[in-house]
Design a protein around this ligand. Structure first.
Ligand SMILES: NC(=O)c1ccc[n+]([C@@H]2O[C@H](COP(=O)([O-])OP(=O)(O)OC[C@H]3O[C@@H](n4cnc5c(N)ncnc54)[C@H](OP(=O)(O)O)[C@@H]3O)[C@@H](O)[C@H]2O)c1
Length: 317
Protein backbone atom coordinates (compact mmCIF):
# COMPACT_ATOMS: atom_id res chain seq x y z
CA UNK A 1 0.00 0.00 0.00
CA UNK A 2 1.25 3.45 -0.90
CA UNK A 3 2.90 5.44 1.87
CA UNK A 4 0.59 8.21 3.09
CA UNK A 5 2.96 9.88 5.57
CA UNK A 6 2.89 13.12 3.61
CA UNK A 7 -0.77 13.00 2.54
CA UNK A 8 -2.29 12.11 -0.82
CA UNK A 9 0.05 14.41 -2.76
CA UNK A 10 3.08 12.84 -1.10
CA UNK A 11 6.15 14.89 -0.21
CA UNK A 12 6.41 18.14 -2.14
CA UNK A 13 8.70 21.17 -1.71
CA UNK A 14 5.77 22.97 -0.07
CA UNK A 15 6.97 21.20 3.09
CA UNK A 16 10.41 22.72 2.81
CA UNK A 17 11.11 25.53 5.29
CA UNK A 18 13.71 28.27 5.03
CA UNK A 19 17.18 26.80 4.46
CA UNK A 20 19.26 29.88 5.33
CA UNK A 21 22.58 28.79 6.83
CA UNK A 22 22.34 25.29 5.38
CA UNK A 23 24.74 23.96 2.75
CA UNK A 24 24.15 21.18 0.27
CA UNK A 25 26.67 19.55 -2.02
CA UNK A 26 25.10 17.89 -5.06
CA UNK A 27 26.94 15.83 -7.64
CA UNK A 28 25.80 16.22 -11.25
CA UNK A 29 23.70 19.31 -10.61
CA UNK A 30 24.02 21.07 -13.96
CA UNK A 31 21.21 18.97 -15.46
CA UNK A 32 18.22 16.76 -14.73
CA UNK A 33 17.11 15.91 -11.22
CA UNK A 34 20.27 17.36 -9.65
CA UNK A 35 19.67 20.74 -11.27
CA UNK A 36 16.05 20.73 -10.11
CA UNK A 37 17.14 19.83 -6.58
CA UNK A 38 19.53 22.78 -6.65
CA UNK A 39 16.67 25.05 -7.79
CA UNK A 40 14.38 23.94 -4.98
CA UNK A 41 17.07 24.40 -2.33
CA UNK A 42 18.20 27.79 -3.66
CA UNK A 43 14.64 29.03 -3.69
CA UNK A 44 14.64 28.43 0.06
CA UNK A 45 17.95 30.29 0.56
CA UNK A 46 20.29 27.33 0.96
CA UNK A 47 23.91 27.37 -0.15
CA UNK A 48 24.41 24.92 -3.00
CA UNK A 49 27.73 23.62 -4.22
CA UNK A 50 27.45 21.65 -7.42
CA UNK A 51 30.05 19.01 -8.24
CA UNK A 52 29.96 18.80 -12.02
CA UNK A 53 32.24 17.52 -14.74
CA UNK A 54 31.68 20.27 -17.31
CA UNK A 55 32.85 23.82 -16.61
CA UNK A 56 30.85 25.17 -19.52
CA UNK A 57 27.57 23.50 -18.50
CA UNK A 58 28.15 24.52 -14.88
CA UNK A 59 28.67 28.15 -15.77
CA UNK A 60 25.50 28.09 -17.88
CA UNK A 61 23.55 26.44 -15.04
CA UNK A 62 24.80 29.00 -12.52
CA UNK A 63 23.87 31.85 -14.87
CA UNK A 64 20.34 30.42 -15.21
CA UNK A 65 19.99 29.91 -11.47
CA UNK A 66 21.20 33.44 -10.70
CA UNK A 67 18.78 34.80 -13.24
CA UNK A 68 15.96 32.95 -11.52
CA UNK A 69 16.92 33.58 -7.89
CA UNK A 70 19.06 36.73 -8.05
CA UNK A 71 22.78 37.52 -8.22
CA UNK A 72 23.17 36.95 -4.48
CA UNK A 73 21.91 33.38 -4.53
CA UNK A 74 24.67 31.21 -3.08
CA UNK A 75 25.43 28.74 -5.85
CA UNK A 76 28.87 27.66 -6.98
CA UNK A 77 30.56 24.68 -8.55
CA UNK A 78 33.63 22.55 -8.14
CA UNK A 79 34.79 20.56 -11.11
CA UNK A 80 34.86 16.82 -10.64
CA UNK A 81 34.98 13.89 -12.96
CA UNK A 82 33.65 11.04 -10.84
CA UNK A 83 35.12 8.53 -13.25
CA UNK A 84 38.65 9.68 -12.33
CA UNK A 85 39.76 9.03 -8.75
CA UNK A 86 42.40 11.78 -8.78
CA UNK A 87 39.75 14.26 -9.85
CA UNK A 88 37.54 13.13 -6.94
CA UNK A 89 40.44 13.64 -4.51
CA UNK A 90 41.11 17.15 -5.85
CA UNK A 91 37.44 18.09 -5.78
CA UNK A 92 37.01 16.86 -2.20
CA UNK A 93 39.99 18.97 -1.12
CA UNK A 94 38.45 22.00 -2.80
CA UNK A 95 35.06 21.38 -1.19
CA UNK A 96 36.66 21.10 2.26
CA UNK A 97 38.33 24.47 1.70
CA UNK A 98 35.22 26.29 0.54
CA UNK A 99 32.36 24.65 2.49
CA UNK A 100 32.64 24.90 6.29
CA UNK A 101 29.53 22.77 6.79
CA UNK A 102 27.74 20.12 4.76
CA UNK A 103 24.14 19.54 5.81
CA UNK A 104 23.58 17.19 2.92
CA UNK A 105 25.73 15.45 0.34
CA UNK A 106 23.44 14.35 -2.48
CA UNK A 107 25.03 11.61 -4.58
CA UNK A 108 23.05 12.34 -7.70
CA UNK A 109 25.38 12.17 -10.72
CA UNK A 110 25.40 9.10 -12.92
CA UNK A 111 25.90 7.73 -16.36
CA UNK A 112 23.49 5.08 -17.61
CA UNK A 113 22.98 2.48 -20.28
CA UNK A 114 26.47 2.85 -21.76
CA UNK A 115 26.08 0.70 -24.90
CA UNK A 116 29.59 -0.74 -25.11
CA UNK A 117 31.87 -1.75 -22.30
CA UNK A 118 34.37 0.98 -21.47
CA UNK A 119 36.95 1.27 -18.74
CA UNK A 120 37.70 4.41 -16.74
CA UNK A 121 41.26 5.79 -16.49
CA UNK A 122 41.57 3.84 -13.23
CA UNK A 123 40.56 0.62 -14.99
CA UNK A 124 36.95 0.17 -13.80
CA UNK A 125 33.90 -0.57 -15.93
CA UNK A 126 32.60 2.94 -16.65
CA UNK A 127 29.23 2.81 -14.85
CA UNK A 128 30.60 1.08 -11.75
CA UNK A 129 33.60 3.42 -11.77
CA UNK A 130 31.57 6.63 -12.10
CA UNK A 131 28.41 5.86 -10.18
CA UNK A 132 29.77 3.71 -7.36
CA UNK A 133 33.56 3.99 -6.91
CA UNK A 134 33.70 7.75 -7.57
CA UNK A 135 30.97 8.42 -5.03
CA UNK A 136 32.35 5.88 -2.54
CA UNK A 137 35.64 7.80 -2.43
CA UNK A 138 33.99 11.23 -2.41
CA UNK A 139 31.79 10.30 0.56
CA UNK A 140 34.77 8.91 2.44
CA UNK A 141 36.75 12.11 1.91
CA UNK A 142 33.87 14.41 2.92
CA UNK A 143 32.50 12.24 5.72
CA UNK A 144 34.09 14.05 8.68
CA UNK A 145 32.77 17.41 7.48
CA UNK A 146 29.27 15.95 7.13
CA UNK A 147 29.54 14.43 10.60
CA UNK A 148 30.71 17.71 12.16
CA UNK A 149 27.65 19.31 10.57
CA UNK A 150 25.32 16.50 11.75
CA UNK A 151 24.40 16.17 8.11
CA UNK A 152 22.92 13.62 5.79
CA UNK A 153 24.19 11.48 2.98
CA UNK A 154 21.67 10.85 0.22
CA UNK A 155 22.21 8.19 -2.41
CA UNK A 156 20.17 8.57 -5.58
CA UNK A 157 19.56 5.03 -6.72
CA UNK A 158 17.34 3.46 -9.37
CA UNK A 159 14.65 0.82 -9.62
CA UNK A 160 17.18 -0.77 -11.97
CA UNK A 161 18.58 -2.44 -8.85
CA UNK A 162 15.79 -4.97 -9.35
CA UNK A 163 17.08 -5.87 -12.80
CA UNK A 164 20.15 -7.74 -13.92
CA UNK A 165 22.00 -10.03 -11.53
CA UNK A 166 20.58 -8.56 -8.28
CA UNK A 167 23.95 -9.16 -6.69
CA UNK A 168 27.56 -8.15 -7.23
CA UNK A 169 29.66 -10.01 -9.75
CA UNK A 170 32.73 -10.20 -7.53
CA UNK A 171 34.60 -12.60 -9.81
CA UNK A 172 34.31 -10.17 -12.73
CA UNK A 173 33.69 -6.64 -11.47
CA UNK A 174 34.60 -5.11 -14.82
CA UNK A 175 32.36 -7.29 -16.95
CA UNK A 176 35.10 -8.96 -19.01
CA UNK A 177 32.30 -11.45 -19.71
CA UNK A 178 28.63 -10.83 -20.47
CA UNK A 179 28.56 -7.02 -20.54
CA UNK A 180 25.12 -5.53 -21.11
CA UNK A 181 24.36 -1.80 -20.93
CA UNK A 182 21.42 -2.29 -18.60
CA UNK A 183 22.90 -5.15 -16.57
CA UNK A 184 26.05 -3.18 -15.81
CA UNK A 185 24.07 0.00 -15.02
CA UNK A 186 21.74 -1.94 -12.71
CA UNK A 187 24.69 -3.41 -10.88
CA UNK A 188 26.32 0.01 -10.44
CA UNK A 189 23.10 1.36 -8.88
CA UNK A 190 22.76 -1.71 -6.64
CA UNK A 191 26.37 -1.10 -5.54
CA UNK A 192 25.49 2.49 -4.60
CA UNK A 193 22.57 1.28 -2.52
CA UNK A 194 24.70 -1.34 -0.82
CA UNK A 195 27.25 1.36 0.02
CA UNK A 196 24.49 3.33 1.79
CA UNK A 197 22.99 0.41 3.70
CA UNK A 198 26.41 -0.89 4.75
CA UNK A 199 27.36 2.62 5.89
CA UNK A 200 24.19 2.68 8.02
CA UNK A 201 25.30 -0.59 9.64
CA UNK A 202 28.84 0.62 10.22
CA UNK A 203 27.61 3.85 11.79
CA UNK A 204 25.27 1.91 14.05
CA UNK A 205 28.07 -0.50 15.05
CA UNK A 206 30.27 2.49 15.94
CA UNK A 207 27.40 3.94 18.02
CA UNK A 208 27.27 7.01 15.82
CA UNK A 209 24.17 9.06 15.24
CA UNK A 210 25.80 12.14 13.76
CA UNK A 211 25.19 11.21 10.12
CA UNK A 212 21.97 9.90 8.63
CA UNK A 213 22.01 7.99 5.36
CA UNK A 214 19.00 7.85 3.05
CA UNK A 215 18.41 6.14 -0.27
CA UNK A 216 15.94 7.33 -2.89
CA UNK A 217 15.27 7.21 -6.61
CA UNK A 218 13.58 9.66 -9.00
CA UNK A 219 11.29 7.13 -10.68
CA UNK A 220 11.04 7.66 -14.42
CA UNK A 221 11.85 11.29 -15.00
CA UNK A 222 12.44 13.27 -18.17
CA UNK A 223 16.11 14.18 -17.72
CA UNK A 224 19.15 13.99 -19.97
CA UNK A 225 20.34 10.67 -18.51
CA UNK A 226 19.68 8.46 -21.53
CA UNK A 227 20.55 11.21 -24.03
CA UNK A 228 23.98 11.60 -22.46
CA UNK A 229 25.19 8.02 -22.46
CA UNK A 230 22.57 5.66 -23.96
CA UNK A 231 22.53 4.08 -27.41
CA UNK A 232 20.52 5.57 -30.32
CA UNK A 233 17.81 2.93 -29.87
CA UNK A 234 17.56 3.56 -26.14
CA UNK A 235 17.41 7.29 -26.76
CA UNK A 236 14.53 6.83 -29.20
CA UNK A 237 12.59 4.48 -26.89
CA UNK A 238 13.14 6.89 -24.01
CA UNK A 239 12.02 9.88 -26.09
CA UNK A 240 8.79 8.02 -26.92
CA UNK A 241 8.25 7.15 -23.28
CA UNK A 242 8.64 10.77 -22.20
CA UNK A 243 5.52 11.54 -24.25
CA UNK A 244 3.45 9.23 -22.01
CA UNK A 245 2.21 9.47 -18.41
CA UNK A 246 4.74 6.77 -17.56
CA UNK A 247 7.37 9.49 -17.25
CA UNK A 248 7.21 12.54 -14.96
CA UNK A 249 9.11 15.82 -15.05
CA UNK A 250 12.71 16.23 -13.93
CA UNK A 251 11.44 18.54 -11.19
CA UNK A 252 9.17 15.82 -9.78
CA UNK A 253 12.12 13.46 -10.06
CA UNK A 254 14.11 15.69 -7.75
CA UNK A 255 11.59 15.63 -4.89
CA UNK A 256 12.83 12.35 -3.36
CA UNK A 257 16.41 13.56 -3.11
CA UNK A 258 15.41 16.94 -1.68
CA UNK A 259 13.11 15.21 0.79
CA UNK A 260 15.86 12.83 1.88
CA UNK A 261 18.32 15.69 2.34
CA UNK A 262 15.99 17.94 4.34
CA UNK A 263 12.82 16.36 5.77
CA UNK A 264 12.98 16.20 9.57
CA UNK A 265 10.03 13.78 9.75
CA UNK A 266 12.00 11.18 7.82
CA UNK A 267 13.40 8.76 10.35
CA UNK A 268 13.49 5.33 8.76
CA UNK A 269 16.85 4.97 7.06
CA UNK A 270 16.73 1.33 5.96
CA UNK A 271 14.25 2.18 3.21
CA UNK A 272 13.95 3.28 -0.40
CA UNK A 273 12.14 6.57 -1.01
CA UNK A 274 10.64 7.65 -4.31
CA UNK A 275 7.40 7.91 -6.26
CA UNK A 276 4.64 5.68 -4.92
CA UNK A 277 2.26 5.79 -7.91
CA UNK A 278 2.14 3.52 -10.95
CA UNK A 279 4.91 0.92 -10.72
CA UNK A 280 6.60 3.30 -8.25
CA UNK A 281 7.92 5.13 -11.32
CA UNK A 282 5.73 8.23 -11.03
CA UNK A 283 3.43 9.86 -8.53
CA UNK A 284 3.36 11.03 -4.91
CA UNK A 285 6.69 10.78 -3.12
CA UNK A 286 7.06 8.65 -0.03
CA UNK A 287 8.47 5.32 1.12
CA UNK A 288 8.49 2.69 -1.62
CA UNK A 289 9.31 -0.99 -1.78
CA UNK A 290 12.80 -2.09 -0.81
CA UNK A 291 13.75 -5.62 -1.82
CA UNK A 292 16.09 -7.52 0.46
CA UNK A 293 18.80 -8.27 -2.09
CA UNK A 294 19.76 -4.57 -1.81
CA UNK A 295 20.94 -5.11 1.77
CA UNK A 296 22.26 -8.66 1.60
CA UNK A 297 24.75 -8.40 4.46
CA UNK A 298 27.41 -10.77 3.12
CA UNK A 299 27.41 -9.08 -0.27
CA UNK A 300 27.36 -5.50 0.93
CA UNK A 301 30.11 -5.93 3.50
CA UNK A 302 32.29 -7.67 0.92
CA UNK A 303 31.58 -4.90 -1.58
CA UNK A 304 32.72 -2.36 1.01
CA UNK A 305 36.09 -4.10 1.37
CA UNK A 306 36.46 -4.48 -2.39
CA UNK A 307 35.63 -0.79 -2.85
CA UNK A 308 38.11 0.38 -0.22
CA UNK A 309 40.86 -1.54 -1.99
CA UNK A 310 39.77 -0.34 -5.43
CA UNK A 311 39.84 3.35 -4.53
CA UNK A 312 42.75 2.97 -2.08
CA UNK A 313 40.88 4.67 0.76
CA UNK A 314 40.01 3.24 4.16
CA UNK A 315 37.03 4.64 6.02
CA UNK A 316 37.50 5.27 9.74
CA UNK A 317 34.22 5.46 11.62
N1 LIG B 1 15.89 9.95 -15.10
C1 LIG B 1 15.44 8.80 -14.68
O1 LIG B 1 14.37 8.35 -15.09
C2 LIG B 1 16.20 8.03 -13.65
C3 LIG B 1 15.72 6.78 -13.27
C4 LIG B 1 16.38 6.08 -12.27
C5 LIG B 1 17.48 6.65 -11.65
N2 LIG B 1 17.95 7.86 -12.05
C6 LIG B 1 19.11 8.42 -11.34
O2 LIG B 1 18.89 9.80 -11.07
C7 LIG B 1 20.14 10.46 -10.93
C8 LIG B 1 20.10 11.76 -11.70
O3 LIG B 1 20.10 11.47 -13.08
P1 LIG B 1 19.27 12.30 -14.15
O4 LIG B 1 18.21 11.41 -14.63
O5 LIG B 1 18.95 13.63 -13.63
O6 LIG B 1 20.37 12.38 -15.35
P2 LIG B 1 21.09 13.58 -16.07
O7 LIG B 1 20.10 14.63 -16.50
O8 LIG B 1 21.92 12.96 -17.15
O9 LIG B 1 22.04 14.17 -14.97
C9 LIG B 1 23.16 13.45 -14.54
C10 LIG B 1 24.23 14.37 -14.04
O10 LIG B 1 25.39 13.59 -13.71
C11 LIG B 1 26.53 14.21 -14.30
N3 LIG B 1 27.63 13.29 -14.53
C12 LIG B 1 27.68 12.24 -15.39
N4 LIG B 1 28.90 11.68 -15.36
C13 LIG B 1 29.64 12.38 -14.49
C14 LIG B 1 30.98 12.30 -14.06
N5 LIG B 1 31.83 11.41 -14.55
N6 LIG B 1 31.41 13.19 -13.13
C15 LIG B 1 30.58 14.14 -12.65
N7 LIG B 1 29.30 14.27 -13.02
C16 LIG B 1 28.85 13.41 -13.95
C17 LIG B 1 25.98 14.79 -15.59
O11 LIG B 1 26.90 15.72 -16.12
P3 LIG B 1 26.86 16.12 -17.71
O12 LIG B 1 25.73 17.09 -17.85
O13 LIG B 1 28.21 16.69 -17.94
O14 LIG B 1 26.61 14.85 -18.47
C18 LIG B 1 24.69 15.40 -15.09
O15 LIG B 1 24.93 16.62 -14.45
C19 LIG B 1 21.19 9.45 -11.39
O16 LIG B 1 21.80 8.90 -10.25
C20 LIG B 1 20.41 8.38 -12.12
O17 LIG B 1 21.02 7.10 -12.05
C21 LIG B 1 17.34 8.56 -13.05
Amino acid sequence: MADTTFGPKGWTPERLGDQSGKSYVITGANAGAGYQAARILLKKNAKVVMLNRSTEKSEAAIADLKQEFGENSDVSFVRVDLSVLDSVREAAEEVLKMVPRIDGLINNAAIAQVPTRKLTDDGFESQLGTNHYGHFLLNGLLFDRIAESKGRIVVVASLGYNMGLKTIKFDDMNWDEGYGANTAYSQSKLAQMMFAYELQDRLAAAGRKDVEVFVCHPGSSATSLITTSGSRTMRFIWWLMTKTPMVQTAEQGSYPEVMCATEAALTEQRALYGPTGRMEAVGPVGKGTLNAHAYDKAVMSRLWDVSEKAVEFEWTL
